[in-house]
Ligand binder design. Structure first.
Ligand SMILES: Cc1cc2nc3c(=O)[nH]c(=O)nc-3n(C[C@H](O)[C@H](O)[C@H](O)COP(=O)(O)OP(=O)(O)OC[C@H]3O[C@@H](n4cnc5c(N)ncnc54)[C@H](O)[C@@H]3O)c2cc1C
Length: 694
């Protein structure tokens, strides 16, 4: 049994936390007097029907009248006591871990407070038990329970009146702790995908095999790799294997990715972490294993993709190698396998599940990347001595994929991604209510290419949007959060649990497959081949504009994507071909293609995934239909077509400006943003439908 007596916040905190700094979010949490604590608190809406984003707010906690315990994020638990008449309450805090990656631990702490309104609040801190897991608290007077996760390096904060009888006991019960790793990464974010050990002989590095999450900052896989390296006292090497063919990608996508990776290399170099670009072969599992053998890697950490090819690469590697392999979901806020153990019906069933877990997983990233303690200078030099011929690799990729040329408007890389996010949140967020108007594309964030290549973290985008949330843009933030988090993570859920995610069989519900089958023989007024679609040679000026936007701009407006895919169903000879064409065109021409959101977008439009049955009609059966006339009512079609024509002209002239950007925004050019009424920060469609109902 360990007993910790009361102490002032700063002294205990400082003694536990070496890097006390004003810019550190953890320290901020505890920059406090004995009477006041400034804290960042997540309040999440836990009702499954709610479409509201959680609120992220900074709260000044004072002694208050109500006994409650608050979990500030997964690092701290804070209990506050009363200001009212004398009360005695006992709070017990039980810690237990539950993780797939070998963390098992439990501990109990109990605190009895006798609070008095005349006495200032003081705070007692406890270092959390080992491991990471879940706290459950129970206060005896109310019997209320709340849970939160906490990591080893964390402190438990007990706030109590100065003269409270505060007896805090920790009973540690360190059970089958197989690994007991110190981690700031939630252990449920990590999956061991083979039974191999960490090879501890020698000084072989931990290898972070970067794949889907191509960034240095805000990357849970990178953080986990650093922590594992430090725990094992090993160096760290980051490696990326670039293949020559990837799901139809051309110069457009390879150029964007390689330029982003070049930035990753220099950002890591600044932090003394070696980076290696492998470009010799098309089987990453083989290439990574070769590299691991060359450097005698002790273990491999990689990021997560729900796509078949990504899963296969990782699984094949894990089977072949003799070292431990761990996958970290650094792409989703709530790890895909934690959010749900099964295929979800739709957003309405996933939303509530995610909401319950934001408090646990949407925790702040460290402000700076922690140091790797074991810097093996010889290894670093060895890796650096074979310089990556970036220009050569890039040149070859551009030549190979020249049929789909690069776009000029999308500046690749982590820094550019942050600039786009900042521009969206500060200048364009209030337009988000107009996101379904293709004539006003500035309303969209333009973040999908960065999110797709993992050059920005979805969690960072979500947290920054929540920070920027205020009364006037509340609705816009809620809707953006829904798209960015719920819909995006739903797409990962679909691909992960429905491995045939890009075929009609991928739809698990019979109504949709049956209805498409029943109407497969319906007469089509128009049918087009893949080539005719690709060359925008249909009878429909709106559809052709959307296709030209995709081909020339590299990104089709989100609303038009739905119309575009549905018309491919209407004008293809079979639903199977329609799906094939839509996916192939999207993957080939879209910068953000080859993404779960793309497969799900096509499956939603053509195969009714995540949707319901609608009134039966020809060709579509019960699949939701979209009509030209509906678009006419929604937005000004000629304006959209005019905009696309201008875009095509700008691209043909090689103009590097908002004119060649399908989003029609340019950082530093506020004059190109539409002037819209203040009320447009709400949801335009929702208001329209309410009006219609009335
Ligand atoms: C037929 C079809 C194809 C699509 N193909 C892709 C694709 O290849 N890649 C892709 O990322 N998205 C795709 N989407 C989803 C959506 O249209 C795009 O994510 C969005 O248009 C991207 O632009 P943005 O970042 O400016 O959007 P914003 O509206 O600013 O959204 C912000 C982010 O939220 C996420 N998001 C928004 N809408 C959706 C959605 N419906 N489903 C899942 N996530 C969403 C994206 O990550 C997006 O970047 C497709 C949708 C359809 C109907």
């Amino acid at each position: 049994m360990t007993t910790t007596s009361e102490a002032s916040v700063d002294s205990v905190f400082l003694s536990r936390h070496n890097n006390y700094s004003r810019s550190c979010s953890q320290c901020m949490l505890l920059r406090t007097t004995t009477a006041t604590i400034r804290a960042t608190v997540f309040t999440t809406s836990l009702t499954s029907s709610s479409s509201k984003s959680p609120t992220l707010k900074t709260t000044t906690l004072k002694t208050t009248t109500r006994l409650s315990s608050l979990f500030l994020n997964n690092r701290f638990a804070l209990f506050r006591t009363q200001k009212s008449a004398l009360t005695t309450t006992t709070t017990t805090c039980t810690f237990s871990s539950s993780s797939s990656s070998g963390f098992h631990h439990s501990a109990t702490a109990a605190s009895t407070h006798r609070a008095n309104s005349n006495q200032p609040l003081s705070v007692t801190l406890l270092q959390s038990p080992k491991g990471a897991g879940r706290f459950t608290t129970k206060s005896v007077d109310r019997g209320k329970r709340q849970t939160a996760a906490i990591s080893t390096s964390a402190l438990v904060v007990f706030a109590a009146s100065n003269k409270s009888e505060s007896a805090i006991n920790i009973n540690e019960n360190n059970s089958t702790n197989s690994e007991n790793i110190v981690t700031m990464v939630h252990p449920d974010r990590v999956k061991l995908i083979n039974d191999q050990p960490i090879l501890r002989d020698g000084n072989g590095p931990i290898v972070y095999w970067m794949s889907r999450d191509q960034r240095v900052n805000d990357n849970w896989a990178m953080l986990y790799a650093i922590e594992l390296a430090n725990k094992e006292k090993k160096p760290l090497v980051v490696v990326f294997n670039v293949v020559t063919k990837f799901l139809g990608a051309g110069a457009r996508q390879f150029g964007f990715m390689l330029r982003g990776l070049r930035e990753v290399e220099s950002a890591l170099e600044e932090r003394d972490i070696p980076f290696k670009l492998l470009h010799g072969g098309d089987e990453p599992n083989v290439e990574i294993e070769k590299f691991c053998n060359e450097v005698s890697a002790s273990a491999v950490v990689t990021d997560f993709s729900p796509l078949r090819l990504g899963l296969k690469w990782r699984d094949d590697f894990a089977k072949e190698t003799k070292r431990s392999v761990r996958v970290v979901d650094a792409h989703n806020i709530v790890p895909c396998w934690v959010a749900s153990p099964k295929l979800e019906v739709g957003a309405r069933t996933l939303r509530g599940k995610l909401a319950k877990l934001y408090g646990e997983f949407m925790v702040p990233f460290p402000d700076t990347l922690p140091n790797v303690e074991n810097k093996d200078a010889a290894l670093h030099e060895k890796i650096k001595s074979v310089k990556t011929d970036w220009d050569g690799v890039l040149g070859q990729a551009l030549e190979r994929g020249k049929d789909v040329p690069e776009v000029t408007w999308a500046v690749p890389g982590e820094k550019a991604a942050m600039a786009v996010l900042d521009n969206f949140l500060t200048k364009r967020m209030n337009l988000y209510g107009l996101r379904n108007d293709p004539a006003k594309p500035q309303a969209l964030s333009g973040l999908s290419p960065y999110l797709h290549f993992g050059q920005i973290s979805g969690q960072r985008c979500a947290m920054k949007a929540l920070e920027a949330k205020k009364g006037s843009n509340g609705k816009a933030v809620d809707v953006f959060f829904e798209e960015l988090v719920v819909r995006r993570e739903l797409a990962d859920n679909f691909c992960y649990y429905s491995p045939k995610y890009d075929t009609i069989e991928g739809q698990q519900y019979d109504w949709a497959k049956d209805t498409l089958r029943a109407h497969a023989g319906d007469k089509r007024e128009y049918t087009y081949t893949y080539e005719e679609f690709e060359q925008a040679k249909t009878h429909d000026d709106l559809w052709n504009a959307a296709q030209r936007e995709l081909v020339y701009g590299g990104k089709m407006h989100g609303f038009m994507r739905m119309y575009w895919a549905k018309k491919i169903l209407e004008w293809s000879d079979t639903p199977e071909n329609a799906l094939k064409y839509a996916i192939a065109l999207n993957d080939r021409w879209s910068l953000d293609g080859r993404d779960p959101s793309g497969y799900v977008g096509c499956m939603w439009s053509i195969v009714g995934v995540h949707d319901q049955g609608w009134k039966e009609r020809e060709i579509f059966g019960k699949i939701r239909y979209m009509a030209y006339s509906g678009c006419e009512k929604k937005f000004k079609i000629p304006e959209y077509i005019k905009r696309v024509n201008a875009l095509v002209e700008a691209v043909q002239k090689n103009e590097v400006s908002y004119k060649s950007n399908p989003g029609a925004w340019e950082i530093g050019r506020d004059d190109v943003l539409p002037k819209v009424a203040k009320s447009d920060d709400g949801d335009q469609d929702e208001r329209k439908s309410k009006k219609q109902k009335k």
